[in-house]
Design a protein around this ligand. Structure first.
Ligand code: HEM
Ligand SMILES: *[C@@H]1O[C@H](CO)[C@@H](O)[C@H](O)[C@H]1NC(C)=O
Ligand SMILES: *[C@@H]1O[C@H](CO)[C@@H](O)[C@H](O)[C@H]1NC(C)=O
Ligand SMILES: *[C@@H]1O[C@H](CO)[C@@H](O)[C@H](O)[C@H]1NC(C)=O
Length: 515
């Protein structure tokens, strides 16, 4: 009698659920033991990134800690738990190459994911899964073609001159030196560039020291806000939690901003039938041809997703790279002088103009190119890239079969700071990438900063071009000097997803015009 009451009570169901849960967790936890794969022990359920999700450790340091863990010194790969799920942390370059390049078809999704309750975030190119990824990627690719980049270049160059002008007007006759916050300055520039070349909008961020576009961009990665920081680290590190809570990749502000602005922009463009060859045109084509099976609201979500990822991926990546470069150059005046001489020579040859060739052809200004590559090595914009196994596949001469669904981590940041591949890795030394030295770097790592394989950075060339324009436009007229407020060394912002200094990068600009 008492027994049947028990059977009908919710406590009984709860108990069963608990037992099943424990069994299931146990099974997961024993996964690597059963497979005889060395693995990283971590808190049950929360997994290897527990510290990061709780804000106690930055993802950069965490990835490096796992990579350098003495227990796994000679391992090619390590088992780890992403939340409760068994995942693979890969160290060996051949296996990385297999996963990212050779066997791309078995790893064509990222594991980081948003969820269907997060339009427009779930449709944007970085997160979207197949088969939609393939459709959107191929439609977006022409936007980054040489023809398009050349056409956009005039806009970038004009904004570069604006940047230079707005620095210049901060100087008066009595002030030879002005202090700047590097990240602040470069953020403004890249927001203006993306707004201009993608949306055809003059955002005037540099001129007004901010504005709506800047807010829309900045609020995406505003990790200093505790909740936003948690939301973002969950999305990137423990997607299961993000799904459960319905976290969003774009902030509320950003989402609202784009939904307020974009439907009209798109509708007007369609009505006017004028082609501007910008992102809006590309998106209208995407809507027309490629996703007929979706309803019109979903189509709008898909378009706005791409609008958002352009701003998110297009500005902070490049502003971090530019500001870390200028920071390093403030510490090493010798390198800075060599670079400024190269800039001076190139400008002389081109009547003072910063040309497309100077910034797109790496042999035109070889030292500038080496400098940017070295910044990307030391300050890898992403700490890791990830993939989801989409077809089970064998690695390591048959020793391990990666099952379908398993998350894979490729630790970019740690690979780029491994002394096995880069002598004296904490030294900022652009000569590593000089033609006479580059053979010392394994080919896979010569070019790893933008990711590898078919899912690499679609904006690689644009990222390099706009970063180089910013550097030239600043260095042609200003010498950068460290002052007593310039950080002696870089500590990374713990909650950042895109690499970011915890302290302000303050340096002095000294007017020193060539021409
Ligand atoms: C210095 C500049 C930049 C760096 C270092 C950088 C780095 C990266 C990296 C490491 C990835 C992941 C690649 C992989 O998983 O293999 C990526 C993906 C991506 N980047 Fe960039 N990026 C930069 C600039 C840009 C720009 C300017 C844009 C566009 C405006 C952009 C748009 C994207 C997009 C859309 C993806 C996702 C591609 C896909 O999943 O198909 N990035 N980027
Ligand atoms: C960025 O610089 C501008 C001046 O150019 C200043 O008005 C603004 O307050 C700065 N913002 C931050 C966050 O430092
Ligand atoms: C790049 O520049 C080099 C040296 O200035 C030149 O020889 C080469 O033809 C250029 N490449 C392209 C694709 O324009
Ligand atoms: C880096 O990648 C780009 C395109 O992805 C390619 O054109 C270039 O040759 C690569 N450089 C090296 C050093 O592998």
């Amino acid at each position: 009698m008492w027994f049947s009451i028990f059977l009908n009570s919710p406590i009984y169901l709860l108990l069963i659920a608990l037992i099943l849960l424990i069994k299931w967790i146990r099974k997961n936890q024993n996964y690597f033991k059963d497979q005889k794969i060395p693995y990283l022990k971590s808190p049950v359920i929360l997994g290897a990134y527990a510290d990061v999700a709780l804000g106690r450790e930055g993802v950069y340091r965490k990835v490096e800690q796992i990579y350098n863990d003495i227990k796994f010194k000679d391992e090619k790969y390590i088992g780890m738990f992403v939340f409760h799920k068994p995942g693979l942390f890969v160290k060996d370059l051949d296996i990385i190459k297999q996963i990212l390049i050779t066997d791309f078809n078995s790893f064509n999704n990222r594991y980081v994911a948003s969820n269907i309750h997060d339009p427009p975030g779930c449709y944007q190119l970085f997160l979207v899964k197949n088969p939609l990824w393939k459709t959107i990627r191929s439609k977006m690719t022409p936007f980054f073609s040489t023809v398009k980049l050349k056409a956009s270049y005039n806009l970038i160059e004009k904004l570069g001159r604006d940047l230079n002008y707005h620095i210049m007007i901060r100087f008066s006759d009595t002030h030879k030196k002005v202090e700047f916050n590097l990240k602040n300055l470069t953020d403004y520039f890249f927001v203006d560039v993306i707004a201009s070349i993608a949306y055809g909008v003059e955002a005037n961020t540099i001129k007004n020291s901010g504005g709506e576009f800047y807010e829309a961009a900045n609020s995406i990665f505003d990790v200093k806000k505790i909740w936003r920081g948690f939301e973002l680290s969950s999305l990137f590190l423990i997607p299961q939690i993000a799904k459960y809570f319905g976290f969003q990749i774009f902030s509320k502000f950003t989402t609202k901003f784009f939904y307020d602005v974009m439907p009209d922009v798109i509708a007007e463009r369609k009505k006017s039938k004028i082609r501007r060859n910008d992102l809006i045109d590309t998106l209208i084509e995407l809507e027309d041809e490629l996703i007929p099976e979706h309803d019109s609201h979903t189509k709008l979500d898909m378009m706005i997703g791409q609008v958002g990822i352009f701003l998110a991926a297009g500005y902070e990546t490049s502003s971090s790279t530019t500001s870390f470069t200028l920071y390093e150059l403030s510490k090493q005046p010798d390198l800075q002088n060599i670079l400024r001489d190269e800039i001076k020579d190139a400008l002389k040859k081109n009547e003072g103009k910063v040309t497309y060739e100077m910034v797109s052809n790496s042999t035109e200004m070889p030292f500038l190119h080496q400098i940017v590559l070295e910044t990307l090595r030391m300050y890898s914009v992403l700490s890791f890239i990830d993939r989801e196994c989409t077809n089970s596949i064998t690695i390591d001469n048959g020793r391990f079969t990666i099952p379908k669904g398993m998350p894979i981590t490729v630790p970019l940041f740690a690979l780029c700071r491994d002394e096995k591949y880069f002598e004296n890795p904490l030294k900022y030394d652009p000569y590593r990438f000089a033609p006479e030295n580059i053979h010392k770097i394994p080919p896979l790592l010569q070019n790893v900063s933008f990711g590898l394989g078919q899912r690499n950075c679609i904006g690689e060339r644009l990222g390099l071009i706009q970063t180089k324009v910013a550097l030239i436009m600043i260095l042609k007229d200003f010498k950068i000097e460290a002052n007593e407020r310039t950080p002696a060394s870089i500590e990374f912002e713990k909650k950042a997803i895109i690499i970011h200094s915890a302290r302000k990068l303050l340096v002095d600009f000294v007017k020193d015009t060539f021409l």
